[in-house]
Design a protein around this ligand. Structure first.
Ligand code: NAD
Length: 708
């Protein structure tokens, strides 16, 4: 069930069969494969289905396989007559019975009961005294097996499952929340991530990596007023897995070039504002299609420029595509506004763009975040300047190529790489800029918020600032948690992309009764993560972004050593900015490493006596971005839903990887100001609402100019 739901949620091919006959047919195919290879392996055919065992024997006879090269297996007491019949024919039979601890034994027994009493089970049908021809008939697969292509759409019923999760376990199901999209005629369809279990996709991405490697070292220039322009200063963007390798050289704009870009945006604004929303939306949709076509290539650039592993870079392409398509749909939804008409009076509520919009993006989601902020601003009708983080500017140059190819007009979108503290700050303070959309650290976000509030000479408006900032995200693990799930979810949330996600888990608060066992298991799970260059398929944890980040994280690790005890510290390879995962134990909730965002693979584990105390610790920072709970106690789940102070709360799953229109993303407190990205309120921030009221009672007509 879990595998099936996971595939549905990710829009992947079904990895399991939905139909019993298909399972039986597959069993027979596997039996043949095993027996055909009897020279290399010894097959054991375990089944109480007479046909399945007879099939094995028939193959053995046809292929003249010696009876001692395989065996049939049945459970003690379950198919005694079958066992005897097979043995009488001279074949080996092993009769087995479960043995061991009570609790695993009980779950085994329940599975057996479910299987054997199912209507489709051979044993059950046998008891019903079906005709022997029917019982022994070859299995026939049903036509619609539901094993579609990557990205294929599910039936309406399945769509429901995909969007709403496993409703069996969902405590939301009976609560006050309305299920999103259930009544909408066209629910949003997310782009599917690549299923790398499929060898074809693995090969394709490896080829893309080779091709991208051949393009390393090129120069990327700013794109101002429809042209790529030369610059006086440049910066090299290095591969964090191997800093001897230059991924690309970026031309950085000067203050004068920033000025030119702002003037070009002003000139382009009137026409872009009047461009119908549908036309603007269609440019975004074309950009989404281009990203889908260039998916593997974009993944390869992220692997090499920002040290992401393939499996983490691929969902980012999906997210960027989703942002384009979702905001395109959203703008079309908002375009018509609302009519609040009364007799004799029309009241039309509608939106207009704000004007010149500056986007300042971080490096850690080098494609999805700049794409989301930029396309939201553009589709709303704003002329938009994108200033990326210096270390991920090659990927944003690729985004620029895509937007240009999709047909964005001159001056409407401009790519203005530059140094944040100089040129970035200059544009923030510019009197002609109407809004700033920032994602990055709390320190820079607060600076921008303050700078934007100061009215500059000649400025005739107040600036709108959206600032998505950092987090110090906690996961609570209570004594009722499924530890297998919790250990895996915490390790993935803490060490995925070396902890460099704003949503990453950096604190785990564990209830006293399971603290020691949880910690021991977590340490082992983290120890098993492969650390290395991200173009290696076996790598789970790559490098951190640059030397500054590495040194800052190392300082935090030193502080951590003074404040608490190291439970795990892994050694790191040379050649790149690697830092092995570090786990600190028994960390005080007020310690520096429990309060400040480290943005690296460093995890603080804390102990709590009660659930209330755990919640208090989790809420005890300045941030409120993501949080998680592993629990099977309904009252704890309910408490967390109410009182866990985070923008995105995840229950019994990892806390990273938000999906557009499914988990709109963003925090509050010092984690940010603004509505959630990928949610229904986001675009409104890029628009100015207006109301036009007209008295439409008859009052005669004015003469039309030029007509007597
Ligand atoms: P950062 O704050 O150092 O830089 C972000 C951007 O701001 C860069 O483009 C940088 O050049 C620019 N900048 C720096 N100083 C500036 C100034 N004075 N004026 C104008 N622009 C300036 O952040 P980063 O290291 O790129 O990203 C990591 C941070 O981003 C982490 O704190 C992380 O939590 C946060 N983040 C938050 C979210 C979210 O959605 N809440 C998402 C991703 C990252």
């Amino acid at each position: 069930m879990r595998k099936r739901l996971k595939a549905v949620q990710k829009d992947w091919e079904q990895p399991v069969f939905n139909d019993k006959a298909a399972t039986d047919a597959n069993f027979e195919a596997m039996t043949r494969l095993l027996l055909e290879n009897h020279e290399y392996l010894y097959a054991a055919i375990g089944s109480h289905n007479v046909r399945s065992q007879a099939w094995a024997i028939a193959i053995a006879q046809t292929l003249k396989i010696p009876p001692r090269r395989f065996e049939c297996q049945v459970l003690y007491g379950m198919a005694d007559k079958l066992a005897k019949a097979i043995a009488d024919r001279g074949y080996r039979v092993r009769v087995y019975c479960p043995y061991g601890e009570l609790i695993p034994g009980m779950s085994y027994l329940i599975r057996r009961l479910l299987e054997n009493t199912a209507n489709s089970s051979f044993l059950r049908q046998n008891l019903e005294e079906r005709p022997i021809e029917e019982l022994l008939a070859p299995p026939v697969r049903q036509e619609a097996e539901g094993r579609g292509q990557k990205g294929s759409q599910e039936s309406e019923e399945d769509m429901g499952t995909r969007r709403h999760g496993d409703t069996e376990n969902s405590s939301i199901q009976n609560s006050k929340f309305k299920i999103q999209n259930s009544s909408s005629p066209l629910p949003f369809i997310n782009a599917a991530d690549t299923d790398y279990a499929n060898n074809t996709y693995r090969k394709e991405v490896q080829q893309a990596l080779q091709q991208v490697r051949q393009q390393l070292g090129k120069t990327y220039l700013p794109f101002i007023n429809g042209k790529y322009v030369q610059t006086e200063t440049h910066v090299d963007s290095l591969n964090p897995s191997n800093f001897a390798e230059t991924v690309g050289t970026i031309g950085l704009i000067s203050v004068e070039q920033a000025e030119a870009a702002i003037q070009a945006a002003k000139a382009a604004f009137p026409a872009w504002k009047r461009t119908p929303a549908k036309e603007r939306a269609d440019i975004l949709r074309r950009a989404a299609d281009l990203m889908e076509q260039r998916r593997h290539e974009l993944v390869a650039w992220m692997v090499l420029e920002t040290g992401k592993v393939v499996r983490e870079a691929d969902p980012e392409v999906s997210e960027a595509i989703d942002f384009c398509r979702y905001y395109a749909d959203e703008m079309e939804r908002l375009e018509n506004g609302v009519a609040y008409d009364y007799p004799g009076e029309t009241n039309r509520y509608h939106y207009q763009p704000r004007g010149i919009s500056l986007i300042i993006s971080p490096w850690n989601f080098p494609l999805a975040i700049p794409t989301g902020m930029t396309v939201a601003s553009l589709v709303a009708g704003n002329c938009t300047l994108l200033k990326p983080a210096e270390v991920s500017s090659v990927i944003t140059a690729k985004l620029t190529e895509i937007l240009v190819e999709a047909g964005i007009p001159e001056g409407v979108f401009q790519y203005v790489p530059g140094k944040g503290s100089t040129v970035g700050a200059h544009m923030v303070k510019h009197p002609d800029v109407h809004m700033i959309t920032f994602t990055g650290s709390q320190e820079v976000g607060c600076r921008i918020y303050a700078d934007a509030a100061i009215l500059q000479p000649g400025q005739k408006h107040l600036k709108r600032v959206i600032a998505e900032m950092g987090g110090k995200n906690a996961i609570i693990v209570d004594e009722s948690a499924d530890l297998d799930q919790a250990v895996q979810g915490v390790a993935q949330s803490a060490f995925g992309y070396s902890g460099q996600k704003c949503s990453a888990c950096s604190r785990v608060v564990v209830l006293e009764p399971i603290y020691d066992i949880f910690l021991a298991r977590l340490v082992e799970a983290a120890r098993s993560l492969n650390l290395g260059p991200t173009d290696q398929p076996s790598t789970k944890v790559g490098p951190v972004i640059d030397a500054n980040a590495r040194d800052r994280i190392r300082e935090y690790i030193e502080k951590g050593r003074m404040e608490s005890e190291v439970a795990l510290e892994m050694t790191a390879p040379d050649g790149g900015y690697f830092i092995g995962p570090v786990i600190f134990r028994d960390v005080s909730p007020t310690a520096v490493i429990a309060q400040e965002e480290i943005f690296g693979p460093v995890l603080a584990v804390m102990r709590a006596k009660t659930f209330d105390e755990a919640l208090e610790i989790a809420n005890g920072t300045r941030y409120a971005l993501t949080g998680g709970l592993y629990s099977r106690t309904p009252s704890h789940i309910e408490r967390a839903q109410q009182d866990f102070e985070v923008g995105n709360l995840y229950i019994n799953r990892g806390i990273t990887g938000a999906i557009v229109a499914r988990q709109p993303f963003g925090g509050f407190k010092l984690s940010g100001v603004g509505s959630k990205a990928g949610g229904p309120d986001y675009l409104l921030q890029f628009l100015e609402p207006r109301v036009v009221t007209e008295n439409v009672q008859r009052q005669g007509f004015a003469p039309i100019e030029g007509v007597d």
